[in-house]
Design a protein around this ligand. Structure first.
Ligand SMILES: *Cc1c(COP(=O)(O)O)cnc(C)c1O
Length: 435
């Protein structure tokens, strides 16, 4: 084995190649895969490149080093990341303020990037003789749709989506249940944390593992995290070029997959300065940074439902990178934004900037507005827009008193019929639904 490989955040699991880490999703004993050391990236080589596929091909080389997917990285990136991710300026802001728009993919949320990259990677690891892969995915709203879109009509896989009943938006639910074919949608009588727990239980259940070949597509899969670095690379290089300064990101955060990708991009040496996590009323991470006490708790339902996570999985990866509280505090800020502030921010920024935010993006906009004036004027800030507001029309439209235009790709999905199965939040029910 080469000197570059993947290890588990719970050190006991055997080392893995990237392909193995992608295929397994979760490491043994519930750990998450991380590289044994951060690869280096040649920033000079990135400068002349444009477009996410080209940037991915160069920037992710080190993460693919020695792996059987390495020669295929170019075509994987080409197939998965050929999506727009523009960094747009807010014209009538007094300070340098930008929006990284991650909602132009087929399901109108940033999760399309990771899900598509993972599907392309897994497809190239499949052998004709292998039994069908069962991809279990717990979703707080957007993951399931993105994974379904990415794997739909790929006969080597079937996707089983678990989502919490009554806790996703109507249009999200439509995107979770409109596929048919190789996608099954399970509506769980519980919370997102129940869905996530069920997936974890299924993965370690001996009898289920004899019957099915499982893989995960949650943000714990390294195959989803890697491509998410690429839009931070593109955006930070663009900000540096436009403003001469390093970019500062405010990132709506739930399970911390998106934010972790930004942290990695910065650790690779990209021109990124501050990273602030914008959480909703699920304040596990902001409380931890403030008090030093890690207190995971049940998630509570908020308007920014895709961020309703009480025990963020990727914290384990952050801790692996920055083991002490002091180190972590030096790397990240975190704020909590409640529903009333989300509503007020959606109204205010439409009035002020003419911008329409989804409730998740609004948490980042709110955190920006709470920064001291000195901070806002000192450096360019980038709000990360994680979903299109049309996905959450039932929240946004009454606040703005207008209809939100629906992107064409989303409109297509909204016209399809729904298909779903209700289950109780226990492993027996899941096993039954797996057939
Ligand atoms: C999933 C999601 C988030 C949270 O992302 P994490 O990677 O889980 O932190 C934020 N906004 C939207 C719209 C999402 O779908």
């Amino acid at each position: 084995m080469s000197d570059f490989f993947y290890v588990s955040t719970r050190g006991t699991a055997p080392h893995a190649t990237l392909s193995e880490a992608i295929a397994r999703g979760l490491a043994a004993y519930g750990g998450l895969y991380v590289p044994n050391r951060l690869p280096t990236v040649d920033r000079a080589a990135l400068k002349p490149l444009s477009g996410l596929p080209a940037l991915a091909h160069t920037a992710l080389q080190g993460f693919f080093a020695g792996d059987r997917l390495q020669p295929l990285l170019g075509e994987i990136a080409e197939a998965a990341l050929d999506l727009p991710a523009p960094t747009t300026a807010i014209a009538n802001s007094r300070h340098a303020l930008f929006v990284l728009e991650l909602f132009h993919g087929p399901t109108a949320a940033f999760k399309d990037f990771g899900a598509r990259f993972l599907a392309q990677g897994l497809q190239r690891l499949e052998t004709a003789a292998a039994p069908q892969l069962t991809i279990l995915v717990a979703t707080s709203g957007d993951t399931g749709g993105a994974v379904a879109a990415a794997f739909h009509r790929r006969p080597w896989a079937r996707v089983v989506i678990l989502y919490p009943k009554g806790l996703v938006s109507p249009r999200q639910e439509q995107q979770l249940t409109c596929w048919g074919g190789n996608v099954a949608s399970l509506r769980v009588d519980g919370t997102f944390d129940d869905c996530q727990r069920l997936v974890k239980e299924a993965f370690v259940d001996a009898s289920l593992n004899r019957r099915y070949r499982f893989s995960s597509a949650n943000s714990i899969n390294i195959g989803r995290l890697l491509p998410q670095m690429v839009y931070y690379i593109a955006s930070s290089l663009e900000i540096e070029q436009r403003t001469g300064s390093r970019a500062n990101f405010i990132i709506p955060a739930g399970n911390l997959g998106n934010a972790f990708a930004a942290v990695w991009a910065r650790a690779l040496g990209l021109p990124i300065d501050r990273i602030i996590l914008a959480h909703n009323a699920n304040r596990t991470v902001p409380d931890y940074l403030q008090t030093g006490e890690w207190r995971p708790r049940p998630s509570i339902a908020t308007l920014a439902s895709a961020m309703d996570v009480g025990n963020p999985s990727n914290m384990e990866r952050l801790r692996a990178l920055y083991p002490t509280l002091e180190a972590l505090r030096g790397q990240l800020g975190a704020e909590s934004v409640d529903d009333a502030a989300i509503r007020a921010r959606i109204r205010e920024d439409y009035r002020r900037y003419g911008r329409e935010w989804c409730p998740h993006t609004a948490t980042a906009a709110e955190v920006y507005s709470r920064l001291p004036e000195k901070e806002r004027s000192a450096r360019p800030w980038v709000l990360v827009a994680t979903a299109h507001p049309a996905k959450f029309n039932e929240i946004v439209e009454p606040l703005l008193g207008k209809t939100i235009d629906v992107p064409e790709s989303l409109a297509l999905l909204l016209r399809l019929p729904q298909e779903l199965t209700d289950i109780e939040p226990n492993l027996t029910a899941l096993a039954g639904a797996l057939g």
